[in-house]
Design a protein around this ligand. Structure first.
Ligand SMILES: [Zn+2]
Length: 381
């Protein structure tokens, strides 16, 4: 069994240890030490990274039967005494996230009777799953209570209760405890079974922010950020808001109003553009009819405008005329009017791979044929 130095001192970032075994697997080395401060991946939290002997990088760490395996990018000599060094800024961020999660989950259990049924902590994301849905007001109340506990700067105690103490204790527990029961206690907030390193006092968590909430398996999945990550997210948002307000030349509070106004303007412009396209198409149909043409390509896909144009192109209705919108690659939508529509369409449908329907005044449909085939059809029918 590896002695877990992080267990008693979460702030230990450098340590010495003896190399117990080294096994090569492709371009990675599986190194076991007699003791380590590297927290292995477990309980939903990714492993610590760092170096051994100042030259071999620890890329990942796993625990199997109480033995911690360091996955490294180089070998070490068995029996040698080496110095381990953690990437402590990354580890400290993990401690901030994890203690923050305990504070949040402790309050969530107390306030809403929610059980924490999932936890994932990596370099980019922290998610916590609860077994009941929470609405916006509940989430607001929860995050406010959690941050109050941060500002109260309460002590965080990681300890091993005796059997009697464990018996008397009400603690949260996600899974069955495999080895010794370790409890993380925050007075008045939470007692929870947990093997991970935590900060000494809740104040070190800095800030707890719920970034998003989504329905998940009948409950809710929260994405949270704590400490430095919460600060970095706030800074990124500030930069984004500054960009937007500069672009819109308005204050932050005015952004929703400005966007509403722009939406309304855009809707008006789209309606106007549609009207103008319909007018252009109608004029195009008149000009084509004057030239003796019976088919026309339209810029707009607006079926009503196309139908009106088809009727104008058909003129006195002696022959069938068609208006088409689309491309040779994606096919064409069409409106047909005039002439003996039923007879015309039954032949058109078969030859030009078209489908559609309507009445004896107008037929709407789609064809996969290209424009040269369509134009040729109208020349010969
Ligand atoms: Zn935990």
């Amino acid at each position: 069994m590896t002695t877990c130095l992080y267990d008693s001192d979460a702030y230990l970032s450098r340590f010495t240890a003896r190399v117990v075994s080294v096994a090569q697997d492709a371009d990675q080395w599986d190194i076991v030490l007699d003791r380590t401060a590297f927290f292995p991946e477990q309980g939903g939290q990714t492993a610590d990274t760092g170096t051994l002997d100042g030259r071999v990088r620890v890329l990942d760490a796993h625990i199997r039967d109480g033995v911690i395996h360091h996955l490294c990018d180089g070998p070490l000599d068995v029996g040698a005494t080496v110095e381990g060094a953690l990437d402590f800024s990354r580890r400290f961020s993990h401690m901030q996230q994890h203690t923050g999660e305990h504070i949040l989950s402790g309050h969530c259990a107390r306030m809403f009777g929610c059980r924490n049924v999932g936890f994932h902590l990596s370099d980019h994301i922290v998610t916590v799953d609860y077994d009941r849905p929470l609405d916006e007001a509940q989430l607001d109340a929860l995050v406010n209570e959690a941050n109050r506990s941060v500002w109260d700067d309460l002590p965080v105690r990681c300890w091993y209760p005796t059997d009697d103490e464990a018996e008397a204790l009400h603690y949260r527990c996600k899974k069955e405890i495999l080895s010794r029961l370790r409890i993380v206690s925050i007075p008045g907030v939470d007692d929870c079974a947990c093997c991970a390193p935590h900060v000494r006092r809740t104040g070190e968590v800095g800030l707890i922010s719920i970034e998003s909430a989504a329905r998940y398996k009948g409950g809710v999945r929260l994405s949270i950020l704590c400490g430095r990550r919460a600060l970095a997210a706030a800074q990124a948002r500030q930069r984004l808001l500054a960009q937007l307000t500069r672009r819109m030349t308005c204050g932050e509070d005015e952004l929703p109003q400005i966007l509403d106004k722009r939406d309304a303007e855009l809707r008006g412009l789209k309606q106007r553009a549609a009207r103008l396209q319909a007018e252009v198409l109608a004029l195009g149909a008149d000009a084509a009819r004057a030239r003796g043409e019976r088919c026309l390509r339209a810029e707009t896909q607006d079926m009503q405008a196309m139908a009106q144009a088809a009727v104008r192109l058909a003129g006195d209705g002696a022959c069938t005329a068609g208006v088409f919108a689309g491309s040779d690659d994606e096919g064409y939508s069409f409106c047909l009017a005039g002439g003996d529509l039923t007879t015309f369409f039954s032949a058109f449908r078969t030859t030009l791979n078209a489908r559609g329907g309507g009445d004896d005044q107008l037929i709407r449909g789609k064809t996969a044929a290209g424009w040269p085939e369509i134009a040729a059809w109208f020349e010969h029918h």
